[in-house]
Design a protein. Structure first.
Ligand code: G3I
Length: 380
């Protein structure tokens, strides 16, 4: 009412309210600004954040107020988003055929990114997890799909999903976690490998490139801090590139722990990956294993409540901060190749490893000492 008659006053009030809502960040800084000249600073978001608190999704344990704060935090701190679950096969195409898609949550995710001018990643097209059983089943459910049937399903899925968001989703995780963890086999013994053969990877990239020739197509995997798995990945990507497969970026998930990797080990990981000559994306960053009641070296400390007391940082928070500092020093050192750094969750409460408190913000969206460490690493 007041603002109707006094439009300037209305704008002033709105401006002050916005300022009040963001004041906490002004004190501590903004991640995406600190790293603006280096790489995107991203975050995986869930359905509740993309849709908003009025239509709760998976994370019902957040109240509407908390979801509002989570959304404000995402908008303030990050300029890139990844979908934690909603673009995975079992969620976006739970049933077979053209009628089997459920695009609602994925549309909300993409619209969230578009309306907030964020760099939008799609995750993930071909994976051995979160893929419905029908994808691998034959016409008679007692049998398995043939190679041709599975290739047809893969083609149709990729054409529909990538095609729908063409030009909007800029980067796709085309194949996820195909490299074997242990042993001498290069590839994981997944239904994709068993039914199609090793060229399932080639085909997935070809189909995605056909659906959006401008999208950056990423191969994404975890555990690349270990040199055995890293060298398998390097061999895989080299052979794909020799065959002309359009793999355009390496996604290294970076679900790491407070005790490893050191700066030197992460530096070596990135140096090795750089030999491929492709952009490197840190796709699912979190640091696990810091427990309350520990000192800086991880040893248990008697009578330590683990809480921050009298302005002192407890051992768990300090270990987390030290590990994040080491990682970001390495990312900055390799900023010519590192183009994206995505945290796997907004805060400790919504993390897939909530108990481990592995992120920069606590359950109240307050920055932890690890946040300050990441901010400090931006200005070496
Ligand atoms: O579908 C049900 C839903 O109906 C129910 O309301 C809800 C209640 O908890 O559970 C829902 O499914 C869960 C889903 O997350 C959404 O919350 C699944 O049980 C749960 O297994 C699933 O976990 C996800 C996991 O991938 C699946 O493997 C995590 O949120 C997600 O963070 C995690 O992300 C993966 C990356 O995609 C690939 N790299 C590893 C990373 C961590 O595991």
């Amino acid at each position: 009412m007041f603002s109707k008659h006094y439009p300037l006053f209305g704008r002033l009030v709105t401006g002050l309210l916005t300022l009040a809502a963001t004041a906490s960040f002004a004190d501590t800084g903004v991640l995406k600004d600190a790293y603006r000249d280096d790489f995107y600073i991203g975050v995986a978001i869930n359905r509740t954040i993309a849709i908003g608190p009025t239509r709760p999704g998976f994370y019902l344990r957040r109240t509407a107020d908390q979801v509002d704060k989570d959304i404000a935090l995402v908008k303030e701190q990050f300029n890139q988003i990844s979908p934690e679950n909603d673009l995975k096969w079992s969620l976006i195409q739970p049933r077979p055929g053209a009628d089997g898609y459920d695009f609602g949550p994925a549309d909300a995710y993409v619209n969230f990114g578009l309306s907030n001018h964020m760099y939008i990643v799609g995750h993930t097209l071909v994976w051995h997890q979160q893929t419905p059983g029908w994808v691998f089943a034959g016409a008679d459910p007692a049998t398995r799909a043939t190679r041709d049937e599975l290739l047809q399903r893969m083609h149709d899925h990729i054409a529909s999903v990538v095609g729908r968001y063409k030009g909007q989703v800029k980067v796709w995780d085309v194949v996820n976690e195909a490299v074997a963890d242990n042993g001498t086999n290069l590839l994981r013994n997944s239904p994709w490998l068993q039914i199609i053969g090793p060229d399932f990877i080639d085909k997935a990239f070809e189909f995605a490139h056909e659906a959006d020739p401008d999208a950056i197509l990423r191969y994404n995997d975890y555990g690349l801090e270990s040199s055995g798995k890293r060298h398998k990945l390097i061999a895989l990507i080299q052979s794909l590139r020799q065959r002309g497969v359009p793999v355009m970026a390496i996604g290294t998930q970076t679900h790491v722990s407070v005790s490893a990797p050191s700066f030197e080990a992460e530096d070596e990981t990135l140096t090795d990956l750089e030999t491929l000559g492709l952009p490197i994306h840190i796709t699912e960053l979190d640091v696990n294993g810091a427990r309350s009641g520990q000192n800086d070296t991880g040893a248990d400390v008697a009578n330590n409540s683990g809480a921050t007391q009298g302005g002192m940082i407890d051992g768990a928070n300090r270990r987390l901060a030290n590990e994040y500092a080491a990682l970001f020093r390495a990312f900055v050192k390799h900023k010519k190749s590192v183009k994206v750094v995505t945290f796997w969750g907004v805060n400790d409460a919504v993390s897939w490893r909530a108990g481990g408190r592995p992120l920069l913000f606590d359950a109240d969206d307050k920055p932890k000492p690890a946040f300050d460490a990441v901010m400090a690493a931006a200005k070496p």
